[in-house]
Design a protein around this ligand. Sequence first.
Ligand code: SF4
Length: 322
Amino acid sequence: MKYIFGPVPSRRLCRSLGVDLIPYKHCSFDCIYCQLGATVHKRAERQQFVETGEVIAELESALPCVEADYVTLSGSGEPTLCLGIGELIEGIKELTEIPVAVLTNSSLMSCAEVRKELLGADLVIPSVDAATQDVFERINRPCSGLRIEDILCGLEEFSYEYSGKLWIEVMMVRDINDSDDEIDKIASALTRIRCEKIQLNTVERPPAESFARALTQGALEKARRRFDDRAELIVASGIYQDADGSFHSPAGAGLGAPGIEADCGRVLELLKRRPCTVRDIAEGLDLNINEAAKFVGILKGEGLICAIRREGRAYFFANDGN
Ligand code: SF4
């Protein structure tokens, strides 16, 4: 498969069948916390990266073999850089009843054409990590000319134009955007935006820069209290906590749950897109944890993947060129 990967375990989207529209790390940002590493092609110009018909044909053959809670446009860069994303969303909707989600860094939300193309999605998750230009530049390292105030205005407009679900993600990074002042400014900016949820996240997977460090659970909780009651905390291990304090786990993502057959190739495809623990692989591909560990051992033995430890957990990722 050239464009489709997963399903991958997702804390919010449960089993998310990924559609990768963008060549590796073409992005308008170079976020210090990016799990994919440094941005290789930093750009804010849109381009026709894929043929819609080819992506639809791949999905048509993949969908009967997978169980997914969302078809998610995300992957190796910023999906809204892809011209024709609206046409693709329409094509997927004609193919399946599985809801379509788009993860975006929001950078092109000031562009009316991009907003219009996203209207057909069932769920859009834009990220907003800053409310001031200085913090925006330090955390997201955007292409020159991108201004956070324009992005926030675009998001505000989109929130009134769009009738699907809108969840805003805020990635909190220690000593970068976690001051009371910046949090209050982000919280205040988001009051202008009509969204269902504000999801506070922190660095969990190995980041592009070692200085991008996670907030403690206590600091995240303290930050959440500075937002309005739409805010919720996303915590590790596939469990998320709602604003009312209740915890939820991904439906059907239990270890050993019956599901699709996996092989080393599928595990490798997953690890090309994101670093994962053995548990992530097991949950995302519906494998018993021992099977997942076995495939990881084989791929590691073949030199196709390697591991990095972070906060006591081993994350596996594909070596360059695989
Ligand atoms: S985290 Fe997303 S927006 Fe940021 S550099 Fe990585 S791919 Fe781009």
